[in-house]
Design a protein around this ligand. Sequence first.
Ligand SMILES: [Mg+2]
Ligand SMILES: [Zn+2]
Length: 196
Amino acid sequence: MTRPRYPLTTMPKRALNKVVFIDRDGVINRDPIGDYIKHWKHFRFLPGVIQALKHISQKGWQIILISNQAGIGDKKYSESSLKKITLNMLEELEASLVPIHSVFYCLHGKHHGCRCRKPKTRLFRLASKHLAYEKKKTFYIGDKATDVEAGKRFGLKTILVLTGHGKKDSALLKKGFHPNYIVPGLKEAASIVVSA
Ligand SMILES: [Mg+2]
Ligand SMILES: [Zn+2]
């Protein structure tokens, strides 16, 4: 990022938001390893996740979901199906008093070469557009080595959870892209976020 050339002292002060970025499949819901969540009927919240999200949210953190959904670009399921899954997920969370600030998906195919598919960082940039927060105090929670890489590249702290791909991916971490924490699941990640 380039520094603004105007004097920042004349800008009105904006309160900093408490933001946490979270991956979806394998962190929030069961990841059908090697397959996709194609229909709402296949979506299952992982145990303890709703409580963990509630914990984060009640401490004043805005939750933003950042997820690759290459099955759209690769024509494995439809965009309307993804929309349904997303709306139902948000509705269930809202019913449990867990507001989600926003959800960002990369819909490109795996080999499209886009700039948003993690470990690339465009989704984080888009998600940050209207939010002021401090990157170095902000976490990305994911279950893949590519999640850790994306978070690190964007300048965030990272937590690898051992749900989803986590166990396998904890052995695939690239040099220079090690998470700040490795924890069993979102419950433990939530405790780290709220006490940071
Ligand atoms: Mg995942
Ligand atoms: Zn993309």
